[in-house]
Design a protein around this ligand. Sequence first.
Ligand code: GUN
Length: 282
Amino acid sequence: MLILGKEVAAKTIEDIAKETVEFEKAYSRKPTLAVIIVGEDPASQTYVRNKINGCKQVGFNSLSFEYADGTPQEQIVDKIKELAEDKNVDGILVQLPLPKGYDTEKILANIPDSKDVDGFNASNIGCLCLNRPRTVSCTPLGVMHMLKSTGVELRGKNAVVIGRSNTVGKPMAMLLLNADCTVTVCHSKTANMSQFTKNADILVVAIGKPKFVTADMVKDGAIVIDVGINRVDGKLVGDVDFENVEKKASYISPVPGGVGPMTISMLLFNTLMSAKARENEQ
Ligand code: GUN
């Protein structure tokens, strides 16, 4: 069966749009997301455009700041500091990856916890590890919603995450662990990866290689979530050999129309939560 992120996300987006109307009535302003993009990577530009469109769809304000590759890091940090002080800004997002030469950690460290709608800050990641989640990274959070939409009990299941990035693989593993799964993280240096994936009741793939997961690597009846977004011959494809793995999986997410729309809906959710929390603090 297909897990259509697009459909799961649509319900969240509808709820957020309703809550935004209430928020505006209560506080006489709209939730506001500021997005920073550096350089001209076409994929990043598409993601940012989709995020801004998402804001429009639910009635948020969005601000976007575009910098050429080579802009001094200080200038970007100064903008983040300005947005951090701005009472009308609820979320600050720096689109990743940054071009070579920028210190991502140093730049992100200037986003206050309360506006870190990507959940990438050390303290937000730390809280997730302690199973006291605050803002959780959008893509892994979206995957959890997709898994929950199947109605399958997660507790006690073997979950394998392929990929160990700070943005997806690591927080994904933590969320699954917090959901009482037995979690294995595989990555590009894992020897004989099939021995782990063949045992996976839940397989989340975020390695960034087209058709990396083949049918022989997958257990019968597994739930397979494909986080990959690769462009092959002008077409978007995931990290999973969909046609063949689909025959073995009980549930599988397609690309496009799977994880991508979930990420955006979770970003909007995190921004609304941040806006509400900030109003309640004042
Ligand atoms: N690049 C790929 N995914 C993401 C994401 O979720 N947030 C940001 N900021 N950059 C990304």
